[in-house]
Unconditional design. Structure first.
Length: 94
């Protein structure tokens, strides 16, 4: 697909669909985490939400064996990805 971020994939984990940039880590021991997911978003029907909303960092390391399947996102999902704007938490100043 044109203008698609490199390595952007739709992933199925046990019971969750995610949209994330995926990078493989070379040279790790079998069973150790070997994939970096960058800016993972949960796919909820036709909407996206932050998969790790409680953390400032938007990278997480997982085992590739936890990914059941993966595929390139379709046009509608890409449009949602490009228009996704996380809701900023309110900061109390008092």
């Amino acid at each position: 697909m044109e203008n698609q971020p490199k390595n952007l994939q739709v992933l199925l984990l046990k019971d969750q669909w995610l949209l994330a940039k995926v990078e493989e880590i070379e040279g790790v021991e079998f069973g150790d985490p070997d994939c970096i997911l960058t800016e993972p978003l949960a796919i909820n029907g036709t909407s996206l939400s932050d998969w790790i909303p409680f953390a400032d960092t938007k990278e997480i390391v997982i085992r590739s064996s936890d990914i059941l399947t993966f595929m390139e996102p379709g046009k509608e999902l890409l449009a949602s990805y490009y228009s996704y704007k996380p809701i900023e938490p309110e900061i109390l100043t008092e």
